[in-house]
Design a protein around this ligand. Structure first.
Ligand SMILES: [Zn+2]
Length: 323
């Protein structure tokens, strides 16, 4: 597979860390005519099989970035698993005036991983705001592709301008707003997996984008109390607002309950669907509140795991290394 620059150089470290820190136009016409919450489109995303790597990456012919067009204004991008075992999902939401890209993937190299080029072709002349679900390396690696580009505002994860740009005045109990023009996104602080983690709600698709805070896989939690309160916050949000799907940044489990892929694998046949039912948030909240102290929680397609002291120290070290 293509050269992955920084990532390749550090893959061994990241695999080790990960073992600790688990970290096309909507096919159609059917769902693109009205960009509002096309309920009929949901089964399409629920049933979608993403490119999922190869047992032998030397023969993998999938593109570096799979682009799924949910509608003409809402795209889901996934990095090739043969390029990064993390295979993160990224989200592109386009309003009347500007667009928002959530996360920049796991590879910096613009030749191997042409994220800016791909996104720019979809956004056209509109202004692009790049933000991050959180600051782990597999969500920010291609930031340099967007840095100092005309018409692009890059907000560094956890940076000093982050809260201001996201419109969050009161962290973590407040909420931010990002107006893309006829599409006002809501930003919800969800610290726990990482200090600066956020979720984004899009009223057009009614998607709740949760990064590594909620996704089908092994969710490692750095600060248990923060995470418990963040899940409570998300559960409250989902009960008070129309949420069609919860969409995270990875898939790490098969469609069979409790069957997780080995950490670092380049091949994930029979993946679970990306969308998570919003009702799962209240289930997570209930289970977390039952526990007197941090402990593993096992649900149908996700497992919540508290980091131990060594794991937290390693994440702090990785965080320091990236600054
Ligand atoms: Zn993460």
């Amino acid at each position: 597979m293509a050269n992955c620059s920084f990532f390749t150089d550090n893959v061994n470290l990241l695999v080790k860390l990960r073992s600790f820190v688990r970290f096309d136009r909507c096919l159609a016409l059917a769902c693109s005519v009205f960009a509002t919450v096309a309920f009929s489109a949901q089964p399409m995303l629920q049933d979608k099989q993403w490119n999922h790597g190869s047992a032998d990456c030397a023969v993998n012919k999938d593109p570096a970035i799979e682009v799924h067009s949910y509608s003409s204004t809402s795209y889901i991008l996934r990095q090739n698993k043969c390029q990064s075992f993390e295979a993160p999902f990224m989200y592109l939401l386009i309003g009347e005036d500007s667009a928002l890209l959530l996360d920049t993937g796991a590879t910096a190299d613009a030749v191997a991983f042409p994220l800016y080029e791909t996104v720019n072709a979809l956004v056209g002349e509109k202004h692009l705001l790049v933000v991050h679900s959180h600051g782990h390396r597999d969500h920010i690696a291609a930031d340099p592709q967007f840095d100092n580009r005309e018409g692009v505002t890059l907000v560094t994860a956890g940076g000093s301008g982050n809260l201001e740009t996201l419109g969050i005045m009161n962290w973590p109990d407040g909420e931010g707003r990002i107006d893309l023009g006829g599409r006002e996104l809501r930003v919800i602080p969800v610290p726990g997996h990482q200090e600066e983690s956020i979720a984004i709600y899009d009223p057009e698709t009614q998607w709740l984008l949760t990064g590594d805070t909620v996704y089908p896989g092994l969710i490692y939690v750095k600060n248990w109390d923060d995470y418990r309160m963040s899940i409570a916050r998300l559960a409250r949000f989902a009960s008070a607002n129309d949420v069609s799907m919860v969409l995270g940044a990875h898939i790490e489990v098969t469609h069979r309950q409790g069957e997780y892929y080995p950490v670092g694998t380049s091949y994930q046949p029979e993946e679970a669907p990306l969308p998570i039912n919003p009702a799962t948030l209240s289930l997570m909240h209930t289970e977390l509140e039952k526990l007197p102290k941090a402990n593993e929680v096992e649900l149908a397609r996700l497992r919540i795991i508290p980091m131990n002291l060594m794991q937290r120290t390693l994440t702090d070290f990785a965080r320091w290394m990236m600054k």
